[in-house]
Write a protein that binds this ligand. Structure first.
Ligand SMILES: Nc1ncnc2c1ncn2[C@@H]1O[C@H](COP(=O)(O)OP(=O)(O)O)[C@@H](O)[C@H]1O
Ligand SMILES: [Mg+2]
Length: 259
């Protein structure tokens, strides 16, 4: 049976799209037949992170009734299949979000996991993504304003009967002003299932259209995401050790052309 998992938060800019793209690649790496679907029709960032922008048929055209979902599936890294949202504003006017759930039912053949990148907020587009899913992963940064939005999303998801797997803390930094894991678990009453560090390499990789799990397999962010994928599948994951060399010797190696 296909697992339909939505990645949601409430607030924008906390890392939903980044996590959807990288987790999708990680799940494919473990051999899962995975599709990532960008349900953020207003923003459509998923295709940019995966370096797959500019596709002519996207979820826009599907939800507008102009194309079938089969024509909006593209092959991405590691055999991951991707349904981009599309960026044409023209399409936005005709989009019928009610069609999302029915559209997904056509996607789940030959698929083990369907990850849905949710839009922010709790408007009808975000609710459509929640309603279409069986399971939910919430994403938060360790800050109070973010967590209060995540809590609202959690409450609505519970009312919709979605199974909440847990919360991912993204952009974790060692800073005493941020919420701790215990505090986040107490506020949300769900387990923290992953802690992903703040790392400027994430944005850099995305800007080049390459998810960090591919760009840097040894990065602590990559290890956290691979471990999350393994945990979702009940598999083991042995983290790849980062290079033992210090920053200075790496820099010298770089300057000497030894890297
Ligand atoms: N762990 C991280 N460390 C550093 N920057 C990150 C991290 N996760 C996401 N970002 C950056 O934060 C910004 C928002 O991420 P995005 O995935 O688009 O959020 P959302 O989909 O929730 O709006 C992007 O510029 C992204 O590169
Ligand atoms: Mg997004």
């Amino acid at each position: 049976m296909t697992r339909v998992i939505t990645i949601a938060s409430g607030k924008g800019g906390v890392g939903k799209t980044t996590i959807t793209a990288n987790l999708g690649v990680a799940l494919s790496h473990f051999g899962e037949r995975t599709i990532v679907l960008d349900a953020d029709i207003a923003m459509a960032n998923l295709e940019l992170i995966l370096g797959m922008e500019g596709k002519s048929v996207t979820l826009h055209e599907v939800l507008s009734g102009e194309a079938s979902i089969e024509d909006a599936i593209y092959e991405g890294p590691n055999g991951l299949r991707v349904v981009p949202a599309g960026i044409s504003l023209e399409g936005l006017r005709n989009v019928k979000l009610e069609r999302l759930e029915e559209t997904l039912s056509h996607l789940i053949e030959d698929t083990d996991i369907l990850l849905i990148d949710s839009p922010p907020g709790l408007e009808k587009d975000a609710l459509a993504a929640l309603a279409a899913s069986d399971e939910l992963i919430l994403v938060t940064t360790p800050e109070v304003p973010t967590i209060s939005d995540v809590l609202k999303t959690k409450i609505i998801a519970s009312k919709l009967g979605v199974n909440i797997i847990g919360v991912v803390i993204n952009r974790e930094q060692h800073d005493k002003t941020f919420l701790t894991v215990d505090e986040i678990e107490t506020i949300l009453e769900i387990p923290v299932i992953s802690i992903i560090p703040d790392d400027p390499e994430v944005s850099r990789a995305s800007a080049f259209g390459e998810p960090i799990v591919i760009q840097n397999p040894k990065s602590p962010v990559t290890n956290a995401i691979m471990k999350l994928a393994a945990d979702l599948l009940g598999e083991d994951y042995i983290p790849i050790e980062p290079d033992k060399k210090g920053v200075i010797s790496q820099l010298i190696d770089g300057l000497m052309g030894r890297r």
